[in-house]
Write a protein that binds this ligand. Structure first.
Ligand code: RIB
Length: 284
């Protein structure tokens, strides 16, 4: 029987392995762990704190050397308690609010601002934001960034930013959100910013089926810049996150913590996103 406690293993819980963003992040984790002959156990919380804690308990029972967690809620107490029991913990894709807990994240407020500022700069004043629930930190921060872009341009977001909550953070969620936007009798936005590229995939699929031209009738911007973003029939403008680097650095922090124990100095690493403009938002 293979027992994780007898080999050097790290557990990671991400929100959704089905999202290529997390697959690329996990690849970075795995590459760093492999350098030190550690192996990775990977699970999805599906944004459900109960599911997240079930996996963490399982990892702890298996005697892992540490855990990397993309938190599914703002309540970090269970993670701090886990650490107090001697398990190494690093937050992934979230910034630790406490100095003695390490984390690796990307600045999502800046990312949301980049996306909305690009759409405003290309002439859009009524922009839909297909988002997820604000209980998810990434969704909340990207929305805050979009609000900042409206403020910076001297525009009133109450008139110009139309938020729609997708029922799920994937292509089907994007499709459902887009259909509800198209059915709305209110003046139709001329651009849509999607909280991630999977959602943008569903939005694009819907626009194509409804015969709405991109970007002339509707510009589309995604988030993450996953591997398929530039390969779509209408290549997708997206906010690029350094996915591999993010995972690699988080694993690096965890291994350093494992090795140095009490001598380890906690770090909150933050990467910056970058806008990649493609045909879905650029008529030229
Ligand atoms: O799951 C929500 C989003 O958070 C992902 O698409 C990715 O952008 C992550 O940061």
């Amino acid at each position: 029987q293979l027992r994780a406690g007898t080999i050097t293993t790290v557990g990671a819980v991400v929100l959704d392995i089905g999202n290529p963003f997390f697959t690329e992040v996990a690849r970075g984790v795995e590459d760093r762990l492999a350098e030190d002959d550690f192996t990775l156990m990977l699970a999805s919380s599906d944004e459900d704190p109960a599911r997240e804690s079930r996996y963490l308990k399982l990892f702890e029972e298996h005697g892992v050397q540490g855990v990397l967690v993309v938190p599914s809620s703002d309540d970090l107490d269970p993670l701090l308690e886990m650490r107090a029991r001697g398990v190494n913990v690093v937050l992934l894709d979230a910034t630790s609010p406490v100095p003695d807990l390490s984390s690796a994240a990307v600045n999502d407020v800046a990312g949301g601002q980049l996306a909305a500022a690009h759409l405003i700069a290309t002439g859009h004043t009524r922009i839909a934001f297909v988002n997820g629930p604000h209980s998810i930190r990434q969704c909340r921060d990207r929305y805050a960034g979009a609000l900042r872009a409206f403020d910076a341009a001297g525009l009133d977001a109450r008139d110009g930013l139309v938020e729609i909550t997708a029922p799920s953070l994937n292509a089907d969620g994007g499709e459902a959100a887009m259909l509800s936007l198209l059915a709305d009798p209110a003046p139709r936005p001329t651009a849509v910013f999607c909280v991630n590229d999977l959602v943008a995939l569903g939005v694009q699929r819907t626009l194509r089926r409804e015969g709405i031209a991109m970007p002339t009738e509707m510009a589309v911007v995604g988030y993450d810049d996953v591997n398929f973003a530039g390969e779509l029939a209408t290549p997708l403008t997206s906010v690029r996150q350094p996915k591999h680097q993010l995972g690699y650095r988080a694993a690096d922090l965890l291994l350093a913590q494992h090795e140095q124990g009490d001598r380890f100095h906690h770090e909150q690493v933050q990467f910056q996103p970058e806008l990649v403009v493609r045909a879905s938002s650029s008529p030229g």
